[in-house]
Design a protein around this ligand. Structure first.
Ligand code: NAP
Length: 376
């Protein structure tokens, strides 16, 4: 991995670090777990997902913010950016107290389209910056105003290279439109190539990960690279859109999770969230970003010795449960609690390499080729 700092001119770096200097590193008054990103800022470990139920998201987001969530996950393709903006407005919580992630959709991978797509998200989110902007998938669709450009009912693939797309995203960090960038749904080989050929180490990789799809080696690899993992679909097949493993039963009802839950007076769902957060945490002392290998450092981070809350080189793991149901929104927020090591270990044993989200066929791209759960 080439040092990103080495590739930036000092004046460009100076410009960027001045910009970063104005950013708040962590959310003031937030009492739940926050985890360091390789940018030097922090992300609340418990976020709020907004995929599906578009019409319900304004109220759901407002409710989530009222309950205490300060990390909201959306995406251009979900159509929920306007609902998120309205929910934030309704909540009366200042924008600066909320960590917002959104994602670049596949129809905008051409480098000339990336800034335009980001601007559209900024407009719908009614904000002038995005905390974390992710490339939703490595796979390009044809350039189009349509989210799903189709011919004969099949999605038309594009020819943009995800490396070029990411390089265009890097410019959004320089301009201040995005405070951090990252990716989602990449295989290990795709991510390795990205690390070799681009300047900014992704701050986060958003992937399907839950107790039935643990991906222990891949998760460890992220730690070694200083890339935060955001676990999507943390309740796996509770999402009704997933049709794999129909006879499996909902994993949040798995007897092991429920049994562990009884010990803490928590549900299986809450235990699954606590497990995700625990797996990304450090188990030893805090370290200083300045002593991390240079390959972990973000080109914008000039920090010299800020104590990170993470123990080793890990930048932690966040979980982003979605719910439109007020009682569940509240209950899920109580999923940020400490599990004993023996319970974490028991949950590790539940792995079924069961992947629920794989649109390879419809997107015309062989996703996750080198990852667990490909054949499930
Ligand atoms: N990057 C990507 O490609 C990608 C892919 C998938 C998801 N995501 C992100 O990750 C977020 C979460 O994933 P997800 O939406 O797939 O699924 P999820 O959060 O794992 O599960 C959501 C489903 O579980 C139900 N639920 C929520 N809390 C519950 C509880 N305490 N007990 C029982 N059921 C509960 C919800 O129902 P109700 O809403 O009816 O309460 C909903 O049907 C998404 O919303 C999105 O932001 C990203």
């Amino acid at each position: 991995m080439l040092s990103s700092c080495g590739r930036q001119s000092s004046s460009r770096l100076g410009q960027i670090s001045r910009h970063i200097g104005h950013q708040r590193r962590s959310l003031v008054g937030y009492t739940k777990t926050q985890l360091p990103l390789n940018t030097g800022t922090e992300i609340p470990a418990l976020g709020f997902g907004t995929w599906q139920d578009k019409g319900a998201q304004e109220d759901a987001v407002a409710e989530a913010l009222k309950v205490g969530y300060r990390h909201i996950d959306t995406a251009r393709v979900y159509g929920t950016e306007p609902g998120v903006a309205k929910g934030v407005e309704k909540s009366n919580i200042p924008r600066s107290d909320i960590f917002i992630t959104t994602k670049l959709w596949n129809n905008s991978h051409h480098p000339d389209d990336v800034e335009k797509a980001c601007d559209a998200s900024l407009k719908d989110l009614q904000t002038d910056y995005i905390d974390l902007y992710l490339m939703h998938w490595p796979s390009p669709f044809a350039r189009s105003d349509k989210l799903m450009p189709k011919k004969d009912d099949k999605i038309v693939a594009g020819d943009s290279d995800f490396v070029d797309t990411y390089k265009a995203m890097e410019k959004l960090v320089e301009s201040g439109k995005c405070r951090a960038i990252g990716v989602s749904n990449f295989s290990k080989a795709e991510l390795e190539r990205l690390l070799k050929e681009t300047s900014i180490v992704p701050a986060a990789h958003q992937i399907e990960l839950h107790p039935y799809l643990i991906q222990a080696d891949f998760a460890e690899w992220h730690k070694s690279k200083g890339i935060h993992i955001t676990q999507y679909s943390p309740f796996g097949n509770s999402n009704p859109i997933y049709d794999k493993g129909e006879n499996l039963g909902k994993f949040i009802d798995d007897p092991v999770l429920k049994d562990i839950g009884r010990k803490y007076s928590k549900s299986g769902a809450q235990v699954a969230l606590a497990w995700g957060i625990a797996k990304g945490k450090s188990f030893s002392n805090c370290k200083y970003l300045s002593v991390l290998p240079v390959s972990f450092r973000h080109p914008h981070n000039t920090s010299s010795g800020r104590c990170l809350s993470s123990p080793d080189s890990s930048t932690g793991r966040s979980v982003i449960p979605k719910s439109k149901t007020p009682s569940r929104i509240k209950a899920n927020f109580e999923g940020d609690f400490k599990l004993d090591a023996e319970d974490i270990h028991k949950i590790d044993g539940l792995d079924k390499k069961m992947r629920f989200n794989d649109p390879s066929e419809s997107f015309g791209w062989n996703f996750y080729a080198d990852l667990d759960g490909k054949q499930a």
